[in-house]
Design a protein around this ligand. Structure first.
Ligand code: SF4
Length: 102
């Protein structure tokens, strides 16, 4: 049952889009684009979690829950407004402010 649910979630359009965005992000960024190397701050934390915070992953965004939550919110933003979903992370990277508008 759990395996089935997992599989369905894996194949959901949202999950698919998020995985594609992470794959695309890796093409452009070795480290998370929202990671401030000097201070260690996560620049997404305020918009996504509503509080400032440090990155405890040294900028490794693959599998980062904050990064995934950001993409989930972006997905909601686009689909709830019936907008075309970006196909490349390059088109999403500077749109974190949109999450704050939701
Ligand atoms: S916590 Fe996640 S989203 Fe934030 S800087 Fe680190 S890797 Fe990036």
């Amino acid at each position: 049952m759990d395996v089935e649910r997992e599989r369905t979630e894996e194949e959901s359009p949202q999950k698919k889009w998020i995985n594609n965005m992470i794959k695309s992000a890796k093409k452009y960024h070795k480290l998370c684009p929202y990671y401030d190397k000097k201070t260690g701050q996560c620049l997404l934390m305020v918009t996504v979690e509503g509080r400032p915070g440090k990155c405890d992953r040294d900028g490794r965004f693959d599998g980062c829950p904050v990064f995934v939550k950001f993409l989930e919110k972006m997905y909601e933003y686009y689909t709830s407004r019936k907008k075309v979903l970006p196909r490349d992370f390059h088109d999403v990277v500077n749109q974190a402010y949109l999450v704050g508008l939701m």
